[in-house]
Design a protein around this ligand. Structure first.
Ligand code: GCW
Length: 658
């Protein structure tokens, strides 16, 4: 398919992200038959009309129909599955249920954008639950703003205390999410303030309106709740989960929501975590808390996503026996088997907090009798805050392909509760601040659908759907984004040591000791001889013991730990030699110099695309690359200087260190 020359599409609302009108150009004036009824199929009918297709009763160029009426369609598949065949100029999309029909349609658009041709493909998502969480506040938070860790302007839902009047952008967003197979959305921040708590009570109308928009695109809506609501909303004097009045309060609250929103998804809960209330106040545990809520939503087939992000955030840095990395496992693994079936334990991919490099959280393979969901962060809190071009597809793909017990199931297969991630969109004209960060949202959806997809192929899809068929654009953006995650890793905190970000500047930019003497439990322990955290069983915090074999032994020994994680697991001398052949100190210098050089190359490549992508978008990315370069140099120089001063060991190549 040819997409017309670059232009800034006239969309009142800003750039259309992927799926500009041009994508469906080839379908104009073609005929289609759509069989089936219901809200999602109505949406699909509007889609084909929008593409300029006309509906006919028979002999259409495109037939969209349920599996059972299509000859040689596959059998035994679920409602989200579809079969897509293009043969001799005719296209068939056979579907299991309405969502499958929609997903098949978007699969067809992807196929056309990448050049079309004959094809026969059957698809079904690995996981039933593919979710995006919004950390959007209804009321502007004094420190966190409208969207916590949001880097793309305001919220697309709320503005300064209320639901936006114009929700057309939410509709456009829901369509984009449907195009990548997302079927669940949580519409408010996990840190639930007093204004947000009212979404569950007198402001249910807001939830209802958003749910109606998402529903038409096959997406179910969830709400983050505050565990102490019965108490803080002034109705009871306790929120003890074992107290019958509290249980009744939640049952009533759930009944109210489900009466108005019958396909409501359920509750997401951050409890006893970073100051949020929870069951601990009453001497109860997380299973008591989660099950109480689960029983309130169970009659309506609702779910409770209970987050495992629980640790002591008021730690004394002098105390070497407490290890934040251990916290989630120590808290939740003893509760394995006690959670109700409709509880999903939502676990961040690493034991700390969405760092550029962490080992997999041992909680995920450790909870064999609990439904566990993997949580990723599309919003780039610790990966450049949508100022830096960092394509996270390769990181997620590595996480999903990890084999927690050696050769058995991958992590993607092990997470029975599906996948969730924090969204990165906002009111910004380009949706994501950095236009190239759209690729992360796109990739998240695609990997949640099929974790085995190649991140490079996913990029090709996103590029084709967004910029059309210009191969120079494709090659340019691929060369900028393919290794950008590793580039970011090169110029920031080295070898899995984590953090080193600025506490004062909201985690943006370097501050090597910024968290070193803080209460947050994220330390690197650099001294004149070495750096890293001893988390071994033998001499350290014992964290490596939370893994199964082969990882427990592999991480325990400096001889077998992967280079990129050595400082997460070990405190080693600067002169320690890595598997790569380099010493730790020389590795730090080399990667930091090379990282900045790679950013320079990214900027040159981007310049060459001028005139081939919309000019406003070209300008925005250019500005962000300049900031990325400035910031990368700052990282390089602060990290290199810090370690040179600590170690007194010079750079072998004699480059400038301050
Ligand atoms: O990464 C940290 C963020 C907090 C966030 C928290 C969490 C919503 O810095 O802003 O709070 O994680 O995941 O709950």
């Amino acid at each position: 398919m040819t997409i017309p020359a670059p232009h800034s599409e006239a969309v009142a609302d800003g750039h259309p992200m992927w799926l500009p009108e041009a994508v469906t150009g080839e379908l104009r004036d073609r005929t289609v038959t759509v069989l089936g009824e219901g809200a999602v199929l109505d949406t699909l009918r509007a889609e084909v009309a929008r593409a300029g297709m006309s509906e006919v009763r028979a002999d259409a160029d495109l037939l969209i129909a349920p599996f059972d009426v299509v000859e040689d369609a596959p059998e035994g598949l679920g409602p989200e599955a579809f079969f897509h065949r293009v043969r001799e100029g005719r296209t068939v999309i056979a579907y299991g249920g309405p969502n499958g029909a929609l997903y098949g349609w978007f699969h067809h658009l992807r196929h056309l954008a990448r050049g079309g041709g004959e094809l026969a493909s059957t698809q079904e998502p690995l996981h039933e639950l593919r979710m995006l969480d919004h950390w959007d506040n209804v009321a502007v938070h004094p420190h966190m703003g409208q969207v916590e860790r949001g880097y793309a302007g305001g919220s697309i839902f709320y503005d300064d205390g209320r639901l936006r009047e114009d929700l057309s952008r939410v509709g456009a967003y829901a369509r984009l999410l449907a195009s990548i197979g997302i079927n669940r959305v949580t519409i408010n921040n996990v840190n639930v303030g007093p204004r947000e708590a009212r979404l569950l009570t007198d402001d249910l109308g807001t939830v209802e309106r958003l749910a109606a928009i998402f529903r038409s695109w096959g997406i179910r809506t969830h709400l983050s709740i505050n565990f102490a609501s019965p108490l803080t909303l002034g109705e009871l004097d306790t929120s003890d989960p074992l107290e019958p009045a509290v249980q009744r309060w939640w049952r009533d609250a759930a009944a109210r929501v489900f009466t108005r929103i019958p396909d409501f998804g359920g509750f997401l809960v951050k409890a006893d975590s970073e100051g949020q209330p929870g069951p601990y106040a009453y001497g109860r545990d997380h299973a008591d808390g989660a099950n109480m809520l689960a029983r309130a939503v169970a009659p309506f087939e609702g779910l409770v996503h209970w987050r495992a992000f629980v640790y002591n955030h008021r730690q004394d840095w002098r105390d070497r026996t407490t290890d934040r990395a251990r916290a989630a496992y120590d808290t939740f693994v003893p509760l394995d088997g006690r959670f109700d079936d409709n509880v999903i334990l939502q676990v961040k991919y690493g034991p700390l907090d969405f760092q550029v490099r962490e080992p997999i959280s041992p909680v995920i393979p450790g909870m064999t009798r609990t439904r566990v969901a993997l949580e990723l962060q599309v919003t780039q809190e610790y990966t450049g805050q949508q100022q830096h071009a960092v394509y996270l597809g390769p990181q997620w793909s590595e996480i999903l392909a990890f084999r927690p017990t050696g050769d058995d199931a991958t992590l993607a297969e092990a997470v029975q509760g599906g996948i969730a991630a924090v969204s990165n969109v906002g009111s910004d004209d380009f949706w994501t601040g950095h236009p190239l960060a759209q690729a992360n949202l796109y990739a998240y959806g695609r990997l949640a659908w099929d974790p085995t997809l190649d991140p490079g192929t996913i990029l090709d899809e996103w590029i084709a759907l967004t910029f059309g068929a210009d191969d120079q654009v494709r090659r340019g953006i691929r060369s900028i984004l393919d290794d950008s995650w590793r580039t970011y890793e090169m110029y920031t905190a080295p070898l899995g040591v984590c953090f080193m970000v600025s506490p004062l500047n909201r985690h943006y930019g370097p501050d090597v000791d910024g968290y070193e003497y803080s209460a947050w439990g994220t330390y690197h322990f650099a001294d004149r001889d070495g750096v890293g955290v001893d988390r071994t069983v033998k001499t350290g915090t014992g964290f490596t013991g939370q893994y199964s074999e082969p990882w427990a032994s592999r991480y325990e020994s400096v001889d077998t730990v992967p280079d990129e994680l050595i400082l997460f697991f070990h405190h080693v001398p600067y002169t320690h030699r890595l598997h790569s052949g380099s010493t730790v100190i020389q590795h730090i210098y080399d990667t930091h110099f090379a990282g900045v050089e790679r950013v320079d190359e990214m900027a040159v490549t981007w310049d060459e695309l001028e005139g081939r992508v919309p000019s406003d978008l070209h300008r925005r990315v250019g500005e962000r690359l300049a900031e990325q370069r400035r910031s990368a140099i700052e990282w390089r120089d602060q990290i290199n200087t810090y370690f040179w001063r600590k170690s007194g060991i010079a750079d072998e190549a004699g480059r400038t260190i301050y």
